[in-house]
Every structure is written in structure tokens, then in C-alpha cells.
Design a protein around this ligand. Structure first.
Ligand SMILES: Cc1cc2nc3c(=O)[nH]c(=O)nc-3n(C[C@H](O)[C@H](O)[C@H](O)COP(=O)(O)OP(=O)(O)OC[C@H]3O[C@@H](n4cnc5c(N)ncnc54)[C@H](O)[C@@H]3O)c2cc1C
Length: 538
């Protein structure tokens, strides 16, 4: 392969992209591009773990039921069965690849793994590597990729647009809705290059950065949703944004998550005086599903005017707490909070995007040659609300299926000639000096989304958000057309498009379900709304 041509192009180096690449490399050559350092991803920050049926006391039916219950009537049951039933084989892949999961001291399940418990799960089924599961998986996958001669990984390469028939002027009968790779900005040399491939896998992760408060790292700017939407793909269920109930409330660590596993281990939500309050909201109390916990905290904070609520794990044996949660313990200790003796101040923040690029059961989008895996995809698994620790599982299972599907189609697929792909045209653009506008726009989008499209919505808030986001979108698009592209500009453009997709989807759904709660339609309406919201610019 030349530097920028291969059978498969993978955009993103989180769990979905790396697993797709490893599986696809059995069939052909793979190029991975990623916009920052290779490990910078949501995956790297995942703490709790990966849901998987391994224990004798558990069953596929139970995991399916828990997932469907969380999804509140909108899950695609076949997708759910796929991840649940294929999960154990994908966990075995990770073990075979050397991921060092936490073990039991005695035999208890096929791999003797310690299984944690999280909200919404009726039994212990969370495979984990202490409280740094994502990092353990990411590191191991990257070391495998580095040793694989069929895979090239380019850091600091930012995918700008998917190359489709539209760019080729539907040359030689190519259909507009076919993907041939992507235009990519090398953020070091600043060159924009066409990267060609027979199949492209978007694995760009989520969009937490659309909101002012989020658990997501800075890469999560919704690039994949925006690129796919511009290219004409269907985008589904973007109104279902999961707000994690318990992010540390502390200036020194604005997006530090206090894992749900801590509540699985026994921590309870309480006021500053230690009184519990979740009993007023759900029989499972502090282990209720995330949307209920997040709304309860939001309600408590609005009622009391307090800036946060608290988690209390003081009654657990301190040595056990430190052993199970070394990362959380150290991080909080560094900020002056000893979690074995002090209450932990927490607030909800944007955590996971349940909707995304609509794909079939092989992870294929409705653009020929384009797959989407991981958080950027909407496989139907999560429905209206994601069950904790199902996202890493979904990424594992669907990246495997997508790579197998693409691999089986490889032989019959021609690569588009290099000369057919026009160079990136930025004639007429200038180096703009007004970068201050960009950072202001970013903060404005995030504030609008937090204030009007957050945990509780209403018609008035949504139409106010839509007016502001549409105006910002126009201004940003004008700026983009006149300006030499840079990473902040590209991210801002993708962020505003993704924000608009969320607002439009939320405004469409005239009911409350799962993660979408609106005061104008507080009831669930199965008659009209037991269906996905779908957006397309075609
Ligand atoms: C703090 C935290 C804790 C979590 N804990 C859990 C958990 O315990 N269990 C669980 O199941 N889920 C958890 N999640 C969710 C889970 O981590 C993510 O859903 C999952 O890691 C997403 O994987 P991904 O491969 O789809 O995307 P990511 O891991 O986010 O990777 C996306 C990749 O795409 C790259 N990228 C993005 N845009 C571009 C572009 N334009 N060009 C090039 N590259 C690009 C990024 O740089 C990155 O490498 C957690 C999430 C967070 C933030």
C-alpha cells in the first residue's frame, strides 16, 4: 500500500476503530487515522467495565431483559441479542490479546473474572480491569496494532469530509451514495490529503463536548455524526443523550467521572448532611437507571439551590474501597477528598450519545462502503437509554461484525483510481485572524445546549435553542468557507451541526421516553412514538 491507500480506512483509534482494524487486517491492508495522540479517546477514560454474561447465575435472557428495560421500548431486540450472545466470544478475544482484567481469587466463571455490578443490571456481570478498564483495553489494542504489519496508524490526522460520488461528479457511473475514503488534514504539515479505501469505518466516538458539562475528553466533538450527515447518511435518535449522574463537583477536575461501580459497591446518594434521597424516586434507590438518578439529582439541586449532591461510601471497609477503586481514590485524595472518610460532591453531566449513524446488523450505514462502529453508530442496542457498560460491549461486537462483512465483500470491490479523486480545493480562502470568535461560539453552543436541551426540556426551550444554534451554524459556515481550515474550526463546525441534530431530534419527539424528558409531553406515547427519530439532509 502507498502511504494513504489501503483496503480499509478506519477513522478513530478508540475501542471500535482499533478492534475493527485488527479484525479487518485478516482480510487486507488497513489505514487508521486519528486526530490526536493514538490513545486519546473516550475509551481511554472508561472506568467501570464491559457488561457480559459469564456467571452461572446470569443468563442471556436476563441481560437482554435488563437492556430492553433500560431502552424503554425503543431497542432493536435483534441487535440486543447479538451483543449479548456474541459478547463472551469478544471478551475472550480481549483476554487472548492480553488484556489484564481483574480476577477472582478462586474459580467462579469460565475465565475466573471478577464481575462488578452497575445500575440497571439485575446481577453482577461487569468485566473490568480495576477501575481503569478502558485504559487497559486501549493500551493492549494499540500494542497489538503497532506489531501488525498490515496496519498503519497516523496520529494527528483529522478526517474533514467523507469522499463520496458527489466529490467525483458521479464519475464513471459511481453512485453518489458510495464512500471512497476521506479528505484528511495532517495537522502537523497542514496538508489536506485524500485517503483512499475500498471500505471506510467511522469510529469517531461521541459528542459530549456539545454540552458545557461533560465526562468526555476534548476529542468528543461529534465529528462523525456531522461528516456522515453532510455525506447524506441517516442519523437516528440523537435526542437520547445520557447524562451521567455522578461527575465530581470540583474546579480542579471538571470532567472526572465517579464510576457507577461505586454505587454498585454500596455508595449511596445523599444531601450534605448524609440523608439519602433516592428512596423517594425509585425502588432500586441509588442503583436506579441513570436517567432516573440524573433527573432526581437535577430535581434535588433545583429544589434546594445546592450546587451539587453527595455520594457516601464511608460505611464500606476503607482497605476494600482503596483496593477496588484505586484511581478514584487517588484522584479525589489529590483534591483533598478522602472518599473513605468524606462525602464526595457530585453533579450530572453529558456522558453518552445513544443515537448516531443508522447502521444495519453488520454495522453498515446507508452509504455504500461506509461502516460506523462504537458510540458514533446507532445499532438499535441502546434504544432510548443505554444500560451501563453496554457501550464497550456494543463496540466490540459490532466492530467484529462490520470487519467480517467488509472483509467478505473485499474481493468484489474495485478501488477508485487515484486520479479520479479531486484535490482539496481551498482557493479563495484566507488565514483568518478572528480566532476569538471561534472560542466564543464554542462556549455559546455549549451553554445553549446545557440550558435548553439538557436533562429536562420543553417546547419553549427547544425552539429557543434551535433559533440560536441555526444562527451560529450560518455564521460558522460562512467563516469556514472563507478561511483556511484548522482543527478548532473543523471541530466547531462539527459541534454546531451535531448540536442541531440533537435539537431537531428532541423537537420531533412529542413524548417523554428514556433519556428524553419534556415538560410539554411528560407521558410516554407508544401509539405515535414507539419509533426512531431519523434525520437526513437528502
Ligand atoms: C469517563 C467515561 C467513562 C466511561 N465508562 C464506560 C464504562 O465503564 N463502560 C462502557 O461500556 N462505556 C463507558 N463509557 C463509554 C465508552 O467509553 C465509549 O462509548 C466508548 O469508549 C466509545 O468508543 P469509540 O471507539 O466508539 O470512541 P472513542 O473511544 O471516543 O474513540 C474515538 C476516536 O476517534 C477519533 N476521532 C474523532 N473525530 C475524528 C476525526 N475527525 N478525525 C480523526 N479521528 C477522529 C478520536 O481521536 C478517538 O481516537 C465511558 C465514557 C466516558 C467518557
Amino acid at each position: 500500500m502507498d502511504n494513504y491507500t489501503s483496503d480499509f480506512l478506519v477513522i478513530g483509534s478508540g475501542i471500535a476503530g482499533l478492534c475493527f482494524a485488527i479484525h479487518a487486517s485478516r482480510f487486507g491492508t488497513v489505514t487508521i487515522i486519528t486526530k490526536k495522540e493514538d490513545s486519546e479517546s473516550n475509551t481511554n477514560y472508561a472506568q467501570g467495565g464491559i457488561a457480559c454474561v459469564l456467571d452461572r447465575g446470569d443468563s442471556f435472557e436476563l441481560h437482554v431483559r435488563d437492556t430492553l428495560t433500560a431502552g424503554d421500548g425503543l431497542c432493536d431486540e435483534e441487535s440486543v441479542r447479538i451483543i449479548v450472545e456474541e459478547g463472551p466470544a469478544r471478551i475472550k478475544d480481549l483476554i487472548d490479546w492480553g488484556v489484564d482484567f481483574s480476577h477472582l481469587s478462586r474459580a467462579g466463571n469460565p475465565y475466573n473474572l471478577h464481575l462488578g455490578r452497575e445500575g440497571g443490571h439485575s446481577v453482577n456481570r461487569i468485566v473490568h480491569a480495576r477501575d481503569l478498564t478502558g485504559r487497559a483495553v486501549e493500551e493492549q489494542l494499540l500494542s497489538l496494532i503497532r506489531a501488525n504489519r498490515s496496519i498503519r496508524l497516523f496520529e494527528h490526522h483529522f478526517a474533514v469530509e467523507l469522499i463520496t460520488g458527489h466529490h467525483l461528479g458521479n464519475l464513471r457511473g459511481t453512485r453518489e451514495n458510495t464512500c471512497f475514503g476521506a479528505y484528511v488534514l495532517d495537522t502537523i504539515s497542514r496538508a489536506i490529503l485524500p485517503v483512499r479505501a475500498k471500505f471506510t469505518c467511522l469510529a469517531t466516538g461521541g459528542a459530549g463536548r456539545v454540552y458545557l458539562h461533560t465526562t468526555n475528553p476534548s476529542i468528543a466533538t461529534g465529528d462523525g455524526y456531522a461528516m456522515a450527515y453532510r455525506a447524506g447518511a441517516q442519523i437516528a435518535n440523537m435526542e437520547f443523550i445520557q447524562f451521567h449522574p455522578t461527575t465530581l463537583f470540583h474546579d480542579g477536575a471538571p470532567s472526572f467521572l465517579i464510576s457507577e461501580a461505586l454505587r454498585g459497591y454500596g455508595a449511596v446518594l445523599c444531601y450534605a448532611d448524609g440523608r439519602e434521597f433516592m428512596g423517594d424516586y425509585h425502588p432500586l434507590k441509588s442503583l436506579a437507571p441513570r436517567d432516573i438518578v440524573a433527573r432526581a439529582i437535577d430535581h434535588e439541586m433545583k429544589m434546594s439551590g445546592a450546587p451539587c449532591v453527595f455520594l457516601d461510601i464511608r460505611s464500606a471497609p476503607p482497605a476494600e474501597t482503596k483496593k477496588h477503586f484505586p484511581y478514584i481514590y487517588r484522584k479525589c485524595k489529590g483534591l483533598g477528598i478522602d472518599i473513605t472518610r468524606d462525602l464526595i460532591p457530585v453533579v450530572p453531566s453529558a456522558h453518552y450519545t445513544c443515537g448516531g449513524i443508522r447502521v444495519d446488523h453488520e454495522g453498515h450505514a446507508d452509504i455504500d462502503g461506509l461502516y460506523a462502529c462504537g458510540e458514533v453508530a446507532c445499532t438499535g442496542v441502546h434504544g432510548a437509554n443505554r444500560l451501563a457498560s453496554n457501550s464497550l460491549l456494543e463496540a466490540l461486537v459490532f466492530s467484529f461484525r462490520a470487519a467480517a462483512d467488509a472483509g467478505s465483500r473485499l474481493r468484489n470491490r474495485a478501488r477508485i483510481p487515484r486520479e479520479s479523486i479531486p484535490s482539496w480545493d481551498d482557493s479563495g480562502t484566507i488565514h483568518n485572524e478572528e480566532w476569538i470568535l471561534l472560542s466564543h461560539d464554542m462556549t455559546e453552543i455549549q451553554s445553549v445546549m446545557w440550558d435548553y436541551v439538557g436533562i429536562v426540556r420543553s417546547n419553549v426551550r427547544l425552539s429557543r435553542a434551535l433559533r440560536r444554534i441555526t444562527l451560529l451554524e450560518k455564521e460558522i459556515e460562512n467563516f469556514y468557507k472563507r478561511t483556511k481550515i484548522t482543527v478548532p474550526l473543523l471541530e466547531l463546525r462539527n459541534l454546531v451541526t451535531t448540536a442541531k441534530l440533537i435539537v431537531l431530534s428532541a423537537a420531533k419527539r412529542k413524548e417523554s421516553r428514556g433519556l428524553h424528558f419534556t415538560t410539554d409531553y411528560p407521558e410516554q406515547n407508544d401509539r405515535y412514538w414507539k419509533k426512531d427519530t431519523v434525520l437526513s439532509n437528502k
